[in-house]
Design a protein around this ligand. Structure first.
Ligand code: PMP
Length: 293
């Protein structure tokens, strides 16, 4: 359950009870997936809620709205303040935050006339994420970047994610790995992918992926730890040869991948650079010093 009778959200200019907030059925957001959103985490830092990379997330939300030509006038600073207020009103510290921009009633196929912002949040327990995932190469490709603004976080894109994720689960896997339209590895339904081989990390270049904020954080960590990263195109067959691999995203953080299409990655996780990056990421979000050993 994401909310109860006491949960407060920000919606359309005011703080309201989640169970009393409502929207109409005559909108492009619901009918066509014409909405943009973010997924953000807050962590307990010195006993208080601290949002990780709020600026980056809200800059991306504003960018998503802009490329979708949605009217949206909140500044990044205002959005951050409103989010802290939502957390405070609910007494949330470790939380997942989901801002959503939807358009007001209009069933046409032209741009939205006015938007409404909802900032919802729920307490984060990490309970539903696997800690070691068996992947299946999906038969569903990522949306074609010449048909969508693939670098924006648009609700409609996630129909593709649902198809791929469910296909993987129906086939007995934990999660899907999606390819781009040329057959190269792109990303997961809700996460970016990296693999490690001979102490070098590899990840798909931008172009067919949502360039994640966690992915950018992995780049930062690798630069701090002097771990080389190569951005390039590669096939699932090349990834079969990896020593280790991980998914990364705001919700998943850094999650170990066990195998791809039944082929296990070669090294013990604890012996990999990937596991160091996983620990360094945890330290970064908690604002703790990472002792590299
Ligand atoms: N790719 C997709 C398709 C996603 O939905 C997400 C989650 N937002 C990511 C990558 C990772 O992005 P981030 O690190 O910004 O959460």
């Amino acid at each position: 359950m994401y909310y109860n009778d006491n949960t407060i959200i920000y919606f359309n200019g005011e703080f309201v009870n989640a169970s009393q907030a409502s929207t109409d059925l005559y909108g492009q957001s619901l009918h066509y997936g014409y909405a943009v959103f973010e997924g953000i985490r807050s962590y307990a830092v010195e006993g208080k809620a601290k949002i990780f990379k709020a600026k980056e997330h809200y800059d991306r939300l504003r960018h998503s709205a802009e490329v979708m030509k949605m009217p949206f006038n909140y500044s990044t600073g205002q959005l951050g303040e409103l989010t802290y207020e939502v957390l405070k009103k609910n007494n949330f510290i470790d939380a997942y935050i989901r801002p959503l921009v939807i358009c007001t009633p209009n069933m046409s196929l032209s741009k939205g006339k006015e938007s409404h912002l909802a900032i919802t949040a729920w307490e984060w327990t990490n309970g539903y994420l696997a800690n070691k995932m068996r992947l299946m190469t999906s038969n569903y490709k990522r949306p074609n970047p010449s048909a969508f603004h693939i670098e924006a976080k648009v609700s409609g894109h996630y129909v593709n994610s649902i198809l791929a994720c469910q296909e993987a689960k129906d086939n007995g896997y934990d999660e899907a790995l999606l390819l781009d339209n040329n057959g190269f590895v792109a990303e997961g339904p809700g996460a970016n992918v990296f693999f490690e081989k001979n102490n070098i990390l590899y990840t798909p270049a931008r172009g067919n992926i949502l360039p994640g904020i966690t992915r950018a954080t992995v780049f930062e960590i690798c630069s701090e730890l002097k771990i080389p990263i190569v951005e390039m195109q590669f096939t699932p067959e090349e990834m079969y040869e990896a020593d280790a691999a991980f998914y990364c995203g705001t919700a998943a953080e850094i999650v170990e991948l066990d195998s791809l299409d039944g082929i296990a990655f070669k090294k013990q996780w604890e012996e990999t650079l990937s596991s160091k990056i996983q620990r360094a990421y945890k330290c970064k979000v908690l604002e703790q010093e990472f002792i590299y050993s």
